[in-house]
Design a protein around this ligand. Structure first.
Ligand code: FAD
Length: 463
């Protein structure tokens, strides 16, 4: 039986990053994967969606080229080519992970892994053969899949999940998107830009419900302006797929409504891959669909660890990677701090983009904190005006007494690249006045961060 220091089960951004760091630290490492290397993120999540969204953005630019004084006739899209480009980008990224595994001397084991007691894993290969491996430490990183609701049973054709949504062979004329978290909103933006008539149905009172309310309201305005229909405080209770298209029954405060469309995209969250991997056999504890771990990702059974979407933190690629690195650095006896889940940035890559970190204004108030809030609209930013991208704002929240940067919420062009300033500032316990004294380049969208902080302290210049 082959024996390793560390075996990682699953090669998403949790698993493959963990394996690389483990190898860097001198551990003899193997990784087990049943599909393509890179997991959901590279193959079915972060990367292929951003490729689709880039095509949508290029199409939008061309459709509005006139606004920039550029004449472009007969602008059209080739839906097949857009999907093909996205798949090509994903395949390229997966091959990149293959290269990284080789470079870091990590053994890649293809097949379906099942945990066994005594720190063993049996792997069933495609040809049906089963091989057993053992390790000093096993790290579970099996990720998650699209969550199914009883009212929305996914058939992959008329009621689809995210995988089908990024590989449709025909562009739907009308689409209902159920759920307005990051995944639902990104697909709503993509399909609307491509010319599909999109209705978003959200159960809660606001779209992107985890974001600051001002951000939700701004996105709703921008989406409505772009032609997306939005129904909030609304629930799809059933979908009739018996005819040519679909008929969705939507319950609202005003009563029931029937929406007709070609297709329904169910984007109501994720379900972790914790079944049929041997957790019960080994005795690993779970709670509410997640594997329970301590601050350094050890499960209740010594020698078995878990990271990424299968554990309770935010289901994001950068969280999965960070958790894996902490886990193996701790195994290498390095001095490591637990991850600060309060300082994790969240991004949605529609247009305008959304990025946020820390407390929303409502959360800060609910905590009884005395706060200073500053907001700077991109309509007052020279760079945003020059770029024709003046929708949105930066909003910052500081503790009034100690100057702690409690939260930062952005909506606008390119803000997903700007949020790192707030993450780093908060990590270094930067105060508002320090941000103000850090000169930001002109003209950039990032000046809006400095101006929003200035607004919080009544020192704003350009408003
Ligand atoms: C449409 C979409 C867009 C997203 N966009 C973003 C984004 O922009 N930014 C962001 O941060 N996050 C995004 N996410 C979330 C992100 O993809 C996940 O948080 C991330 O992939 C989780 O990483 P992971 O390593 O925990 O698991 P996964 O990426 O799910 O990888 C798990 C891997 O384990 C393998 N596996 C499972 N069971 C077994 C088994 N028994 N044997 C062998 N292999 C197994 C699976 O095949 C898979 O490859 C998005 C998700 C979706 C669905």
């Amino acid at each position: 039986m082959s024996t390793f220091d560390i075996i990682v089960l699953g090669s998403g951004p949790g698993g493959y990053v963990t394996a690389i760091r483990a190898s860097q630290l001198g551990f003899k490492t193997a990784i087990i994967e049943k599909e393509s290397l890179g997991g959901v993120c590279l193959n079915w999540g972060c990367i292929p969606t951003k490729a689709l969204l880039k095509s949508a953005q290029v199409f939008e630019y061309l459709k509005h080229a006139d606004d920039y004084g550029i004449k472009v006739d007969n602008v059209d899209k080739d839906f097949d080519a857009v999907v093909k480009r996205s798949r090509g980008v994903a395949d390229g990224m997966s091959k990149g992970v293959q290269f990284l595994m080789k470079k870091n001397k990590i053994e890649v084991i293809k097949g379906y892994g099942t945990l066994k007691p005594g720190k063993k894993i049996s792997v069933k290969a495609e040809d049906g053969s089963v091989t057993e491996y053992s390790a000093n430490n096993i790290i579970i990183a099996t990720g998650a899949r699209s969550r199914e609701l009883p009212s929305l049973p996914q058939d992959g054709k008329k009621i689809i999940g995210y995988r089908e949504a990024m590989t449709l062979d025909k562009q739907p004329k009308k689409m209902i998107v159920v759920g307005s978290g990051a995944i639902g909103i990104e697909f709503a933006y993509f399909y609307n830009s491509m010319g599909t008539e999109v209705t978003v149905v959200e159960y809660l009172p606001n779209i992107v419900p985890v974001e600051d309310e001002d951000v939700s309201k701004q996105l709703e305005r921008s989406f409505k302006k772009a032609g997306v229909k939005i129904m909030t405080s609304a629930e799809v209770t059933s979908v009739d797929t018996s005819g040519d298209g679909v008929k969705a029954t939507v319950k609202t405060a005003k009563g029931e409504q029937i929406l007709e469309a070609d297709i329904v995209l169910s984007a109501v969250g994720i379900k972790t891959n914790i079944e049929n991997i041997g957790l019960e056999d080994v005795g690993i504890a779970t709670d509410r669909d997640k594997i329970l771990v301590n601050d350094f990702y050890q499960t209740n059974i010594p020698g078995y660890y878990a990271i990424g979407d299968v554990t309770p933190g935010q289901a994001l690629a950068h969280v999965a990677s960070a958790e894996g690195i902490i886990c193996v650095e701790k195994l290498a006896d390095m001095h490591v701090e637990p991850l600060d889940y309060g300082n994790i940035p969240g991004c949605t890559y529609c247009s305008p983009e959304i990025a946020s970190v820390g407390l929303t204004e409502k959360q800060a108030k609910e905590k009884g904190l005395d706060i200073k809030v500053g907001k700077f609209p991109f309509s007052a930013s020279g760079k945003a005006k020059a770029s024709g991208a003046s929708d949105g704002f930066v909003k910052v929240i500081f503790d009034a007494k100690y100057g702690e940067w409690l939260g930062c919420h952005m909506i606008g062009a390119g803000v997903t690249d700007m949020i790192a300033e707030a993450v780093l500032g908060r990590k270094l316990e930067t105060t508002g006045h320090e941000v103000l004294k850090a000169v930001h380049p002109h003209p950039t969208m990032s000046e809006a961060v400095m101006e929003a902080v200035a607004a919080a302290y009544d020192e704003v210049i350009h408003l």
